[in-house]
Design a protein around this ligand. Structure first.
Ligand code: XIL
Length: 378
């Protein structure tokens, strides 16, 4: 009798108490069914505080530079996986997922490639081999890839950027997918006959090949198109939407879009970001926030103003809410996690910084709490 009464009391207490705050960002993300990631530098993994914070707070990692061509493919005939392998091994030990970044980009390419004066056919063979070798090496280990990064132009909204892969000299895909000259139709006539111009007409057919090559190398991997300054509804995101819709309709294996989310000047148009996430996820695309940071003005010692740290926290919270509001938005990743190691400093000549969730001594900032609480509230 007494024992049964006791059990009642215990049960009632358990129901009445609010659930305890999750002990970490990672626990909060697990609770929300979300991926929470950070870009990682392998050289720092031997630093105890870096490794401990990373493993405790995140359930996903992405090499910040270790999978870029200049690191992973330093010579025409040799690949160097040693740096990225360290990150993948770390992730495996700590039960974390790995995103791959990036297979096709116009930056951080080795000189042998950019100055090699290859023909288009040679370049296509080099790129196919690169994609298949790198994706193949991590088959079953890297669950999602940024296949192409930043292919749309910054200065001409909606247009593609001129790159070694697209048109300098490009990878020579036109012959396989552009309407053949032999059908003797002028381009204008061809376009007039087709309400929807073929992807080659729009210039992005070269990317299509890359998605197919990546898919051949690891059919299970999720394949993303990743972009900067396309977080809001604008001509760039309009063009990406048209491209992935066309890819989807024609069976090109694209699974998602990455929005980098490098936020400057404490300005984020969250209403537009949310509408943009909505229209991509409505297409059946996954959305990952891939490189978030919120740069703050800093003094000569790298310190930000307390009120800015609060405004920064608010932005992290709002972006997380926008993501959580759409089922297809499945990952939030920051570009680094400690202000000790962040690209913002060098990128801004040290006038900006303090952009991440932990300070230089690995202390959690207001932004950390805001993000954790938002995930916990899901
Ligand atoms: C940056 C790295 O963080 C730096 O360490 C490197 O010197 C330059 O590249 N968009 C991207 C990332 O897709 O790959 C870039 O990373 C930041 C902008």
């Amino acid at each position: 009798m007494f024992a049964r009464g006791c059990r009642y009391v215990v049960l009632l207490v358990a129901v009445a108490l609010p659930s305890p705050a999750p002990p970490s960002l990672r626990a909060a993300a697990d609770h929300a069914g979300m991926l929470i990631g950070a870009a990682v530098r392998p050289a720092q993994l031997s630093e105890a505080a870096y490794a401990a914070t990373l493993a405790r707070e995140f359930n996903m990692v992405e090499p910040e530079n270790a999978l870029k061509w200049e690191v992973v493919h330093p010579e025409p005939q040799s690949f160097d996986f040693s740096q990225a392998d360290q990150i993948v091994d770390f992730a495996f030990e700590h039960g974390m997922k790995v995103r791959g970044h990036t297979l096709v980009w116009h930056q951080q390419n080795p000189k042998w490639l950019t100055e090699g004066k290859f023909t288009s056919a040679e370049l296509a063979a080099i790129l196919e081999r690169h994609i298949k070798t790198v994706v193949g090496h991590y088959r079953g280990k890297i669950f999602a890839w940024d296949v192409v990064n930043e292919a749309f132009d910054e200065l001409h909204p909606g247009d593609l950027r001129s790159t070694i892969w697209r048109d300098q000299p490009g990878i020579a895909i036109a012959a396989s997918s552009e309407p053949r000259a032999s059908n003797n139709l002028a381009r204008s006539e061809l376009e007039a006959r087709s309400s929807k111009p073929h992807s080659a007409e729009r210039g992005y057919a070269y990317m299509e090949r890359c998605f197919h090559w990546a898919h051949e190398a690891d059919p299970q991997a999720l394949l993303f198109y990743n972009e900067a300054e396309a977080e809001v509804v604008n001509p760039k995101s309009d063009a990406i939407l048209a491209m992935v819709r066309d890819f989807r309709q024609r069976g090109v294996p694209v699974d998602g879009v990455g929005f980098q989310m490098h936020i400057a000047n404490l300005r984020a148009d969250v209403t537009s970001i949310s509408a943009n996430i909505a229209r991509f996820t409505a297409l059946g695309m996954q959305v990952h926030i891939t490189e978030m940071d919120v740069a703050l003005p800093v003094d000569a010692n790298g310190n930000a103003r307390p009120e800015d740290l609060q405004r920064q926290a608010d932005i992290y919270r709002q972006i997380a809410e926008a993501c959580l509001a759409h089922r297809g938005c499945t990952a939030i990743q920051t570009w680094g996690f400690t202000d000790k190691y962040s690209w913002i400093g060098s990128h801004s000549k040290h006038t900006q910084g303090a952009a991440l969730l932990f300070d230089r001594d690995y202390r959690a900032k207001p932004a950390y709490l805001a993000l954790k609480n938002t995930l916990a509230a899901r």
